[in-house]
Design a protein around this ligand. Sequence first.
Ligand SMILES: NC(=O)c1ccc[n+]([C@@H]2O[C@H](COP(=O)([O-])OP(=O)(O)OC[C@H]3O[C@@H](n4cnc5c(N)ncnc54)[C@H](O)[C@@H]3O)[C@@H](O)[C@H]2O)c1
Length: 383
Amino acid sequence: MTRRTVRIAMNGVTGRMGYRQHLVRSILSLQQQGGLDLGDGTTLWPEPVLVGRREHALRAMAEQHGIEHWSTDLDAVLADPSVEIYFDAQVTSAREDAVRQAIAAGKHIYCEKPTATSLDGALELARLAVAAGVKHGVVQDKLFLPGLQKLKRLVDGGFFGRILSVRGEFGYWVFEGDWQSAQRPSWNYRAQDGGGIVADMFPHWEYVMHETFGRVRTVQALATTHVPQRWDERGKPYDATADDAAYGIFELDGGAVAQINSSWTVRVNRDELVEFQVDGTYGSAVAGLRNCRVQHRSATPKPVWNPDLPATEAFRDQWQEVPDNTEFDNGFKAQWELFLRHVALDEPWRWDLTAGARGVQLAELGLRSSAEGRRLDVPELSL
Ligand SMILES: NC(=O)c1ccc[n+]([C@@H]2O[C@H](COP(=O)([O-])OP(=O)(O)OC[C@H]3O[C@@H](n4cnc5c(N)ncnc54)[C@H](O)[C@@H]3O)[C@@H](O)[C@H]2O)c1
């Protein structure tokens, strides 16, 4: 086995996503498994170079995990020809400039969503990456979740017949930060810092709908700020200027209608933090992050509306669990592996910066739809 090292500049690794999902659960986990077997006698060894603004935080993290290379000087890291990939999980508002800089330095790009704070910015990044001939990718982790993989399997297997509708319910209560600390960063609640649930979640919903059911053709959304004041990481009150809940309706290619609620101001009465119910002529399914349950038309009960009687059936018990039938790895890691194979072997890859721009487009149109109070077409993007 020959070992090929691929050095990855990882920016924003002190953040929630950058640290837990990308550094620990993906790159370090790949190291723990001995690298990525490319199947041609080569093992790819991903070597992180931590990049960030806070020297003490980076040093502590590097020491904790035995990581040799870290820096607070992005320019210097990008000027290093041994670094092949630039990864970005910084706050959204910082991404565009850094990715642009990395493309100019000739690095392959992999980054979190949303790729930019405006569609123009997102498209520009895609154009620059194509022109530079670098490989590029955007995190679309939900596609790799067991629940959604099982849902896709049902779609591909023809389980649903004609798909009529999708009901998505995402959310949980994010504490305001006064009497209990908030479990999300405060920039998420400030529009001026790139926050807002539409900017955060519509990019996810775009690729989930697109890849599972069909391209999003129209959007109608109502975005609102239910909790206008919150308390930040230092316990200081601030105005929540960004939307914390969005109620969206989407028409999809193929004719299905999707309705997705996204909220940081809802208490969970579901089995999982996100669930999608899909109804088709032949069957229905409810998929979460991990699990997926189905009901075939042959096993569909025939309730009769009668408010004078208590419910006669335990409706939730009438669904059948879809088996795993395979081993599911962490979704972020699974996508990292595909991206690394794309870089090393030129294997096909479709979750690129253009796909990332589609997510930004849906968020932008969702906010505009809400502001203008009307349904908007979602035009197909071209570079
Ligand atoms: N794929 C997913 O499921 C998912 C989930 C959550 C967040 N995200 C995305 O990941 C990115 C990071 O989100 P997070 O929740 O990890 O955020 P976070 O606040 O926990 O981390 C932000 C990171 O950016 C760095 N940073 C750089 N410039 C900064 C600035 N000016 N102000 C503050 N921090 C700055 C911080 O040091 C930190 O490392 C966002 O773009 C977000 O949309 C993706």
